[in-house]
Design a protein around this ligand. Structure first.
Ligand SMILES: Nc1ncnc2c1ncn2[C@@H]1O[C@H](COP(=O)(O)OP(=O)(O)OP(=O)(O)O)[C@@H](O)[C@H]1O
Ligand SMILES: [Mg+2]
Length: 350
Protein backbone atom coordinates (compact mmCIF):
# COMPACT_ATOMS: atom_id res chain seq x y z
CA UNK A 1 0.00 0.00 0.00
CA UNK A 2 1.25 3.48 -0.83
CA UNK A 3 2.15 5.74 2.07
CA UNK A 4 0.53 9.16 2.63
CA UNK A 5 3.80 10.80 1.57
CA UNK A 6 4.00 8.80 -1.69
CA UNK A 7 0.43 9.72 -2.54
CA UNK A 8 1.21 13.37 -1.73
CA UNK A 9 4.25 13.35 -4.03
CA UNK A 10 2.22 11.94 -6.91
CA UNK A 11 -0.54 14.46 -6.40
CA UNK A 12 1.90 17.38 -6.20
CA UNK A 13 3.72 16.27 -9.35
CA UNK A 14 0.41 16.36 -11.19
CA UNK A 15 -0.10 19.99 -10.07
CA UNK A 16 3.33 21.44 -10.97
CA UNK A 17 2.43 22.80 -14.41
CA UNK A 18 -1.10 23.88 -13.50
CA UNK A 19 -2.56 27.05 -12.02
CA UNK A 20 -6.27 26.15 -12.03
CA UNK A 21 -6.50 24.24 -8.75
CA UNK A 22 -7.54 25.29 -5.25
CA UNK A 23 -5.27 25.48 -2.22
CA UNK A 24 -6.69 25.68 1.31
CA UNK A 25 -4.26 27.74 3.42
CA UNK A 26 -3.85 28.36 7.15
CA UNK A 27 -2.01 31.08 9.09
CA UNK A 28 -1.90 31.13 12.91
CA UNK A 29 1.62 32.32 13.77
CA UNK A 30 0.65 35.25 15.98
CA UNK A 31 -2.71 36.80 16.85
CA UNK A 32 -4.60 36.41 13.56
CA UNK A 33 -6.41 33.16 12.81
CA UNK A 34 -6.64 33.12 9.04
CA UNK A 35 -7.95 30.65 6.47
CA UNK A 36 -8.04 31.20 2.74
CA UNK A 37 -8.80 29.47 -0.53
CA UNK A 38 -6.48 30.50 -3.36
CA UNK A 39 -6.16 29.52 -7.02
CA UNK A 40 -2.82 30.31 -8.68
CA UNK A 41 -2.06 33.88 -7.61
CA UNK A 42 -5.74 34.68 -7.03
CA UNK A 43 -7.69 34.94 -3.80
CA UNK A 44 -10.93 32.98 -3.88
CA UNK A 45 -11.76 33.59 -0.23
CA UNK A 46 -9.77 35.19 2.57
CA UNK A 47 -11.04 35.04 6.16
CA UNK A 48 -9.00 36.78 8.87
CA UNK A 49 -10.09 36.76 12.48
CA UNK A 50 -7.96 39.18 14.47
CA UNK A 51 -7.51 38.84 18.23
CA UNK A 52 -6.29 42.43 18.63
CA UNK A 53 -9.23 43.39 20.87
CA UNK A 54 -8.53 40.43 23.17
CA UNK A 55 -4.83 41.24 23.59
CA UNK A 56 -5.12 45.03 23.74
CA UNK A 57 -5.87 45.12 27.45
CA UNK A 58 -2.58 43.31 28.11
CA UNK A 59 -0.60 45.77 25.97
CA UNK A 60 0.64 43.02 23.66
CA UNK A 61 0.05 39.46 22.48
CA UNK A 62 -0.22 36.88 25.30
CA UNK A 63 0.95 33.64 23.64
CA UNK A 64 -1.22 31.21 25.64
CA UNK A 65 -4.36 33.26 25.02
CA UNK A 66 -3.50 33.46 21.31
CA UNK A 67 -3.19 29.66 21.04
CA UNK A 68 -6.48 29.05 22.82
CA UNK A 69 -8.33 31.43 20.55
CA UNK A 70 -6.79 29.88 17.44
CA UNK A 71 -7.99 26.47 18.67
CA UNK A 72 -11.48 27.85 19.29
CA UNK A 73 -11.73 29.51 15.89
CA UNK A 74 -9.89 27.48 13.30
CA UNK A 75 -12.57 24.89 12.53
CA UNK A 76 -15.44 27.35 12.03
CA UNK A 77 -13.20 29.72 10.02
CA UNK A 78 -12.29 26.81 7.72
CA UNK A 79 -15.98 26.20 6.99
CA UNK A 80 -16.40 29.94 6.47
CA UNK A 81 -13.50 30.11 4.00
CA UNK A 82 -14.78 27.11 2.01
CA UNK A 83 -18.32 28.51 1.96
CA UNK A 84 -17.13 31.96 0.90
CA UNK A 85 -15.21 30.32 -1.95
CA UNK A 86 -18.27 28.20 -2.86
CA UNK A 87 -16.15 25.05 -2.75
CA UNK A 88 -16.02 21.93 -0.59
CA UNK A 89 -13.04 19.97 0.68
CA UNK A 90 -13.47 17.63 -2.31
CA UNK A 91 -12.55 20.55 -4.63
CA UNK A 92 -9.26 21.29 -2.83
CA UNK A 93 -6.00 19.96 -4.34
CA UNK A 94 -3.45 20.93 -1.65
CA UNK A 95 -3.26 22.26 1.90
CA UNK A 96 -0.77 24.98 2.96
CA UNK A 97 0.20 26.06 6.46
CA UNK A 98 2.59 28.48 8.16
CA UNK A 99 4.98 26.35 10.25
CA UNK A 100 7.30 29.18 11.41
CA UNK A 101 8.41 31.69 12.45
CA UNK A 102 6.02 32.76 15.19
CA UNK A 103 4.68 31.78 18.60
CA UNK A 104 5.12 28.05 19.21
CA UNK A 105 1.67 27.33 20.67
CA UNK A 106 -0.05 29.49 18.06
CA UNK A 107 1.79 27.82 15.17
CA UNK A 108 1.00 24.38 16.57
CA UNK A 109 -2.74 24.96 16.25
CA UNK A 110 -2.48 25.67 12.52
CA UNK A 111 0.10 22.93 11.89
CA UNK A 112 -1.87 20.24 13.78
CA UNK A 113 -5.16 21.21 12.16
CA UNK A 114 -3.66 21.36 8.64
CA UNK A 115 -1.88 18.01 9.08
CA UNK A 116 -5.05 16.28 10.30
CA UNK A 117 -7.11 17.75 7.50
CA UNK A 118 -4.53 16.95 4.79
CA UNK A 119 -4.11 13.38 6.01
CA UNK A 120 -7.85 12.83 6.41
CA UNK A 121 -8.59 14.12 2.92
CA UNK A 122 -5.46 12.53 1.42
CA UNK A 123 -4.14 15.90 0.20
CA UNK A 124 -0.51 17.03 -0.11
CA UNK A 125 0.59 19.47 2.61
CA UNK A 126 2.95 22.38 1.92
CA UNK A 127 4.85 23.85 4.89
CA UNK A 128 5.31 27.60 4.35
CA UNK A 129 7.76 30.00 5.96
CA UNK A 130 5.75 33.00 7.22
CA UNK A 131 8.30 35.48 5.83
CA UNK A 132 8.07 33.98 2.35
CA UNK A 133 4.32 34.29 2.76
CA UNK A 134 4.62 38.04 3.37
CA UNK A 135 6.74 38.38 0.21
CA UNK A 136 4.18 36.34 -1.76
CA UNK A 137 1.46 38.89 -0.94
CA UNK A 138 2.99 40.86 -3.84
CA UNK A 139 2.14 38.09 -6.32
CA UNK A 140 -1.54 38.58 -5.44
CA UNK A 141 -1.55 42.33 -6.01
CA UNK A 142 0.91 42.17 -8.95
CA UNK A 143 0.04 38.88 -10.68
CA UNK A 144 2.62 39.40 -13.42
CA UNK A 145 5.50 40.02 -11.02
CA UNK A 146 8.50 37.77 -11.68
CA UNK A 147 11.80 37.69 -9.80
CA UNK A 148 14.30 39.20 -9.59
CA UNK A 149 13.04 41.93 -7.28
CA UNK A 150 14.05 43.54 -4.02
CA UNK A 151 11.70 42.89 -1.10
CA UNK A 152 11.52 45.25 1.86
CA UNK A 153 10.02 43.09 4.57
CA UNK A 154 9.02 45.18 7.57
CA UNK A 155 6.89 43.38 10.14
CA UNK A 156 6.31 42.81 13.83
CA UNK A 157 9.08 40.26 14.21
CA UNK A 158 11.38 40.82 11.22
CA UNK A 159 13.08 43.50 9.15
CA UNK A 160 14.85 42.40 5.99
CA UNK A 161 16.00 43.73 2.67
CA UNK A 162 15.98 40.70 0.40
CA UNK A 163 17.20 40.17 -3.13
CA UNK A 164 14.57 37.72 -4.38
CA UNK A 165 16.39 35.99 -7.26
CA UNK A 166 13.78 33.23 -7.46
CA UNK A 167 11.07 32.42 -4.93
CA UNK A 168 13.33 29.78 -3.39
CA UNK A 169 16.54 31.84 -3.60
CA UNK A 170 16.37 34.95 -1.45
CA UNK A 171 19.60 36.69 -0.43
CA UNK A 172 19.52 38.75 2.75
CA UNK A 173 21.12 42.13 1.92
CA UNK A 174 20.28 43.74 5.24
CA UNK A 175 18.49 42.82 8.44
CA UNK A 176 17.91 44.16 11.90
CA UNK A 177 20.54 43.37 14.49
CA UNK A 178 18.06 43.73 17.36
CA UNK A 179 14.39 44.83 17.40
CA UNK A 180 12.17 44.50 14.34
CA UNK A 181 10.77 47.78 13.06
CA UNK A 182 7.17 46.80 13.96
CA UNK A 183 8.31 45.93 17.46
CA UNK A 184 9.93 49.38 17.72
CA UNK A 185 6.65 51.01 16.60
CA UNK A 186 4.80 49.01 19.27
CA UNK A 187 7.29 49.94 22.00
CA UNK A 188 7.38 53.60 20.99
CA UNK A 189 3.57 53.68 21.19
CA UNK A 190 3.67 52.18 24.65
CA UNK A 191 6.11 54.85 25.88
CA UNK A 192 3.72 57.48 24.52
CA UNK A 193 0.72 55.88 26.27
CA UNK A 194 -0.87 54.71 23.01
CA UNK A 195 -2.63 51.32 22.83
CA UNK A 196 -1.49 48.06 21.16
CA UNK A 197 -0.79 47.54 18.30
CA UNK A 198 1.35 50.65 18.21
CA UNK A 199 2.07 50.94 14.49
CA UNK A 200 -1.32 52.28 13.38
CA UNK A 201 -1.53 54.45 16.53
CA UNK A 202 1.85 56.07 15.86
CA UNK A 203 0.81 56.66 12.26
CA UNK A 204 -2.45 58.30 13.37
CA UNK A 205 -0.71 60.52 15.98
CA UNK A 206 2.12 61.44 13.57
CA UNK A 207 -0.36 62.91 11.08
CA UNK A 208 -0.90 65.86 13.44
CA UNK A 209 2.78 66.26 14.35
CA UNK A 210 6.08 67.59 13.03
CA UNK A 211 9.45 65.78 13.11
CA UNK A 212 11.00 68.27 15.53
CA UNK A 213 13.05 65.76 17.54
CA UNK A 214 16.21 64.53 15.87
CA UNK A 215 16.62 60.84 16.68
CA UNK A 216 19.93 59.08 15.96
CA UNK A 217 20.58 56.68 13.09
CA UNK A 218 22.58 53.52 13.77
CA UNK A 219 25.62 52.75 11.56
CA UNK A 220 25.58 56.23 10.03
CA UNK A 221 28.23 56.38 7.32
CA UNK A 222 28.58 52.58 7.49
CA UNK A 223 28.23 50.63 4.25
CA UNK A 224 26.02 47.97 5.81
CA UNK A 225 22.36 47.79 4.88
CA UNK A 226 21.51 46.46 8.35
CA UNK A 227 19.27 48.15 10.89
CA UNK A 228 19.21 48.73 14.63
CA UNK A 229 15.80 49.76 15.86
CA UNK A 230 16.64 49.17 19.50
CA UNK A 231 18.86 52.28 19.44
CA UNK A 232 16.06 54.35 17.93
CA UNK A 233 13.62 53.09 20.54
CA UNK A 234 16.05 53.87 23.39
CA UNK A 235 16.65 57.38 22.03
CA UNK A 236 12.90 57.92 21.96
CA UNK A 237 12.49 56.63 25.53
CA UNK A 238 15.33 58.89 26.74
CA UNK A 239 13.87 61.91 24.96
CA UNK A 240 10.42 61.35 26.50
CA UNK A 241 11.74 60.56 29.99
CA UNK A 242 14.07 63.58 29.89
CA UNK A 243 11.18 65.91 29.04
CA UNK A 244 8.99 64.37 31.73
CA UNK A 245 11.74 64.73 34.36
CA UNK A 246 12.27 68.37 33.45
CA UNK A 247 8.52 68.90 33.66
CA UNK A 248 8.45 70.03 30.01
CA UNK A 249 5.21 69.94 28.05
CA UNK A 250 5.56 67.94 24.87
CA UNK A 251 3.37 66.93 21.97
CA UNK A 252 2.79 63.18 21.56
CA UNK A 253 2.12 63.90 17.88
CA UNK A 254 5.54 65.53 17.41
CA UNK A 255 7.35 62.64 19.13
CA UNK A 256 5.36 60.07 17.10
CA UNK A 257 6.11 61.97 13.89
CA UNK A 258 9.84 62.23 14.73
CA UNK A 259 9.99 58.49 15.42
CA UNK A 260 8.08 57.53 12.28
CA UNK A 261 10.15 59.89 10.11
CA UNK A 262 13.41 58.30 11.25
CA UNK A 263 12.10 54.69 11.06
CA UNK A 264 10.71 55.23 7.56
CA UNK A 265 13.78 57.20 6.49
CA UNK A 266 16.25 54.45 7.30
CA UNK A 267 14.06 51.77 5.65
CA UNK A 268 13.76 53.79 2.46
CA UNK A 269 17.44 54.88 2.36
CA UNK A 270 18.71 51.31 2.75
CA UNK A 271 16.23 49.93 0.22
CA UNK A 272 17.25 52.54 -2.35
CA UNK A 273 20.89 51.65 -1.71
CA UNK A 274 20.05 47.95 -2.27
CA UNK A 275 18.58 48.91 -5.65
CA UNK A 276 21.76 50.81 -6.58
CA UNK A 277 24.02 47.95 -5.52
CA UNK A 278 22.13 45.13 -7.22
CA UNK A 279 20.79 46.99 -10.25
CA UNK A 280 17.41 45.33 -9.58
CA UNK A 281 14.84 48.01 -10.32
CA UNK A 282 11.69 46.61 -8.73
CA UNK A 283 10.96 46.92 -5.01
CA UNK A 284 8.13 44.99 -3.38
CA UNK A 285 6.92 46.03 0.07
CA UNK A 286 5.81 43.36 2.56
CA UNK A 287 4.86 42.86 6.21
CA UNK A 288 2.60 44.67 8.67
CA UNK A 289 4.62 47.90 8.75
CA UNK A 290 4.07 47.97 4.98
CA UNK A 291 0.57 49.20 5.86
CA UNK A 292 2.14 52.46 7.07
CA UNK A 293 1.06 55.32 4.84
CA UNK A 294 4.21 57.38 5.40
CA UNK A 295 6.41 54.43 4.40
CA UNK A 296 4.31 53.70 1.31
CA UNK A 297 4.46 57.33 0.24
CA UNK A 298 8.18 57.81 0.93
CA UNK A 299 9.15 54.59 -0.87
CA UNK A 300 6.99 55.44 -3.90
CA UNK A 301 8.45 58.94 -4.05
CA UNK A 302 12.03 57.63 -3.86
CA UNK A 303 11.24 55.13 -6.60
CA UNK A 304 9.88 57.91 -8.82
CA UNK A 305 12.95 60.08 -8.21
CA UNK A 306 15.57 57.34 -8.53
CA UNK A 307 13.89 55.33 -11.29
CA UNK A 308 12.73 52.09 -9.67
CA UNK A 309 9.27 50.53 -9.56
CA UNK A 310 7.58 50.22 -6.18
CA UNK A 311 4.92 47.58 -5.60
CA UNK A 312 2.55 48.19 -2.70
CA UNK A 313 0.17 45.35 -1.82
CA UNK A 314 -3.13 46.54 -0.29
CA UNK A 315 -2.79 47.14 3.44
CA UNK A 316 -4.96 44.10 4.26
CA UNK A 317 -2.39 41.86 2.52
CA UNK A 318 0.57 43.45 4.38
CA UNK A 319 -0.65 42.27 7.79
CA UNK A 320 -1.04 38.55 8.52
CA UNK A 321 -3.43 36.60 6.31
CA UNK A 322 -3.66 33.09 4.86
CA UNK A 323 -4.04 34.12 1.19
CA UNK A 324 -0.33 34.99 1.10
CA UNK A 325 0.42 31.52 2.51
CA UNK A 326 -1.70 29.84 -0.19
CA UNK A 327 0.01 31.81 -2.95
CA UNK A 328 3.46 31.13 -1.48
CA UNK A 329 2.57 27.41 -1.56
CA UNK A 330 1.48 27.68 -5.21
CA UNK A 331 4.85 29.25 -6.11
CA UNK A 332 6.68 26.54 -4.14
CA UNK A 333 4.74 23.77 -5.90
CA UNK A 334 5.66 25.27 -9.29
CA UNK A 335 9.32 25.26 -8.24
CA UNK A 336 9.20 21.58 -7.24
CA UNK A 337 8.63 21.75 -3.46
CA UNK A 338 8.33 18.41 -1.66
CA UNK A 339 5.20 17.69 0.39
CA UNK A 340 5.54 18.00 4.16
CA UNK A 341 5.62 14.72 6.09
CA UNK A 342 3.18 14.07 8.94
CA UNK A 343 6.12 14.58 11.32
CA UNK A 344 6.09 18.30 10.37
CA UNK A 345 6.60 20.38 13.51
CA UNK A 346 6.16 24.08 14.21
CA UNK A 347 9.45 26.00 14.16
CA UNK A 348 9.11 29.25 16.14
CA UNK A 349 12.54 30.58 15.09
CA UNK A 350 12.54 29.49 11.46
N1 LIG B 1 0.02 51.45 9.83
C1 LIG B 1 1.06 50.89 10.43
N2 LIG B 1 2.19 51.60 10.66
C2 LIG B 1 3.25 51.04 11.28
N3 LIG B 1 3.27 49.78 11.72
C3 LIG B 1 2.17 49.04 11.53
C4 LIG B 1 1.01 49.54 10.87
N4 LIG B 1 0.08 48.55 10.83
C5 LIG B 1 0.63 47.49 11.44
N5 LIG B 1 1.88 47.77 11.87
C6 LIG B 1 2.79 46.93 12.65
O1 LIG B 1 2.95 45.71 11.98
C7 LIG B 1 3.22 44.68 12.95
C8 LIG B 1 2.34 43.50 12.65
O2 LIG B 1 2.72 43.04 11.39
P1 LIG B 1 2.71 41.51 11.05
O3 LIG B 1 1.35 41.02 11.29
O4 LIG B 1 3.30 41.32 9.72
O5 LIG B 1 3.74 41.03 12.14
P2 LIG B 1 3.86 39.63 12.82
O6 LIG B 1 3.18 38.61 11.99
O7 LIG B 1 3.48 39.80 14.24
O8 LIG B 1 5.41 39.44 12.74
P3 LIG B 1 6.22 38.60 11.63
O9 LIG B 1 5.47 38.71 10.36
O10 LIG B 1 7.54 39.26 11.61
O11 LIG B 1 6.28 37.22 12.17
C9 LIG B 1 2.97 45.28 14.32
O12 LIG B 1 4.21 45.56 14.91
C10 LIG B 1 2.20 46.56 14.00
O13 LIG B 1 2.40 47.59 14.94
MG1 LIG C 1 3.46 38.57 9.93
Amino acid sequence: MKSYLDISKEKLDALRQRDDYYILAFESSCDETAVSVTKGREIVSNIVSSQIEIHRRFGGVVPEIASRNHALQIDSLTKEALDAASVGLKDISAVAVTYGAGLLGALLVGVSYAKALAYGASLPLIAVNHIKGHVAANFISSPRLQPPFIALLASGGHTYILAVRTFDDMEVLGSTLDDAVGEAFDKAARVLGLPYPGGPEIERAAKCGKPVYKLPRAFKGDKRLDFSFSGLKTALINTVHGMKQRGEEFSVADVACSFQTEAVGVLVDHTAEAVRRTGIKTVALAGGVGANGALREALSLRGAVEGFDVLLPPKSLCTDNAAMIGVAAYEMIRLGAAPAPLSLDADPSL
